[in-house]
Design a protein around this ligand. Sequence first.
Ligand code: ADP
Length: 257
Amino acid sequence: MRLEARSLSFSYGKRKVLEDISFSVSSGEALAILGRNGSGKTTLLRLILGFLRPEKGSLLIDGEDAALMKKKERAMQIAYIPQSSEIVYSYSVMDTVLMGRAPLLPLFGKPGKKDREKAEEILETLGIADLSMRVVNAISGGERQLVLIARALIQDARILLLDEPTSALDYSNQLLVMETTAKLKEKGYTIIFSTHNPEQALMNATDVMVLSESHISFHGKPKELLDGKVLEELYSRKLCIREIETGENRRIICVPR
Ligand code: ADP
């Protein structure tokens, strides 16, 4: 499924936040959005979800204008995965995942046996089937992030939006969540994630987009960032970016000089 943004612009009142934003992401690709605090990453995700309306420009989902789609139809195409720290309630993992089914059920309808089976299957795929009856508040942040991914997957949407999916996670959980995202990309999902960690973008994205002063200041492949210029300007730091052989993979790493 292909998502295309054409010349999107958005302002909060008189404050212009995004101007002339164009990009596209296809099935099997992951677009990482980088940008300093306040550069408009969350606003862009909210525009894609339809929570905000662009002032100008349009969004196309497989060539169809998203503005003309019904809310439910749009929800069936695009799923949003918030930060795990935003979830503070005491439902079970199973019930949390089943919430993702809501847009597909009739009004006041309850999830049935098939929905439960589907939830179990997804939890199994993500390696967290044993957590099914645990309370969401009582599992680790990384596990909770996987539950939120499961909640998005049961929605049957093929476009996944992740807002800083690894913020507030320890290193091992960051890797777990990013590896899961990579698997979903390989399965053909269309992925967009925002991150404050340039290395995550370099390692996991097929394309990187940098937002700065309402515009896209860079859009290209991770390898195009190897000379350091774009990221040094973005973070106002001297950086050392290298491609290295890890034994199993080639990875791009980023450390301060
Ligand atoms: P990021 O996710 O990159 O940190 P945001 O999209 O949250 O950036 O915010 C972009 C800019 O828009 C910031 O200057 C922020 O203060 C402003 N902003 C965000 N939400 C609102 C809002 N609801 N009303 C007014 N201004 C907002």
